[in-house]
Design a binder for this molecule. Structure first.
Ligand code: ATP
Length: 248
């Protein structure tokens, strides 16, 4: 893929992104395009490099090579705060809620100004996911699923253009999980773009217009879910090499 393949339709493009950890090639030349306004899925077996790619895109891991553009600007090598300020935010596999702050404070700290409008925006978000009654509770006193939802809301406080979600529903009960996906869909309807790591294929099929499949640090397939689900390389990556037919 050439750099010219990245157009203004794409909010994020990566070319040849590679990352090695002491002999382990975690990413091997990853080319990926995220269309503006899409919900794009990133799937792959455990250890295939998904989280590493998020670390690199968000600037938290600055040891990669290749190039990345976000909203037309090169970002590889930039600090996480610079990338975040440009409008690219992410959540983490494990919740990172501030345990001693209240739920409301957890959201307000991420707002741009500590004024009334930030507070109201936070309360509005909590209302939307039915956590308004928990505004005064400390982060540490929420269930794990509630903490993940609060972490997601905190990301929304900065009104990012692109949100990277790293298994946002893992460890979350089915009701909260539904709330979370409804919120993703709602925000996407308002124009927010998402790149989502998710292991549940029903969710991927339901939510994502485009899916990238990573295996051993390489993109092995890309397309809509119907196309990638029957791809030979994808089946092989998930279920292992094809067995030889049994002999009599
Ligand atoms: N900081 C690090 N130091 C050394 N090796 C690392 C580091 N981060 C990731 N790796 C290795 O890179 C590879 C990719 O890991 P990564 O966590 O990105 O995979 P993943 O697809 O997100 O997996 P999972 O689905 O299990 O979360 C693995 O072999 C992992 O052990």
């Amino acid at each position: 893929m050439t750099e010219s393949a990245c157009s203004t339709d794409h909010i994020l493009c990566t070319w040849g992104v590679a990352r090695e950890f002491g002999g382990v090639q975690a990413l091997r030349g990853v080319d990926l395009h995220v269309t503006r306004g899409s919900i794009t899925g990133l799937i792959g077996p455990n250890g295939s490099g998904k989280t590493t790619l998020f670390q690199v895109i968000s600037g938290m891991d600055r040891g990669a090579t290749g190039s990345i553009s976000f909203d037309g600007e090169p970002i590889l090598g930039r600090r996480p705060s610079q990338i975040y300020q440009r409008g690219l935010a992410r959540t983490f596999q494990l919740s990172r809620v501030f345990p001693e702050l209240t739920v409301l404070e957890n959201l307000v700290v991420a707002g741009s100004r500590h004024d009334r409008s930030v507070r109201e925006r936070a309360l509005g978000l909590l209302e939307r996911v039915r956590l308004r009654d928990y505004a005064g509770a400390r982060g540490k006193n929420l269930s794990y699923g509630q903490q993940k939802l609060v972490e997601f809301l905190r990301v929304l406080m900065s009104d990012p253009a692109l949100i990277l979600l790293d298994e946002p529903a893992a460890g979350v009960n089915p009701t909260l999980r539904q709330t979370l996906w409804d919120m993703v869909r709602h925000l996407n309807g308002l124009g927010t773009t998402f790149l989502v790591i998710e292991h549940n294929m029903e969710v991927i099929a339901d939510l994502c217009s485009s899916v990238y499949v990573l295996s051993e640090g390489e993109i092995i397939a890309h397309g809509d879910f119907a196309a990638i689900r029957n791809d030979e390389r994808v089946l092989e990556a998930y279920f292992g090499k094809k067995r030889k037919p049994a002999t009599a």
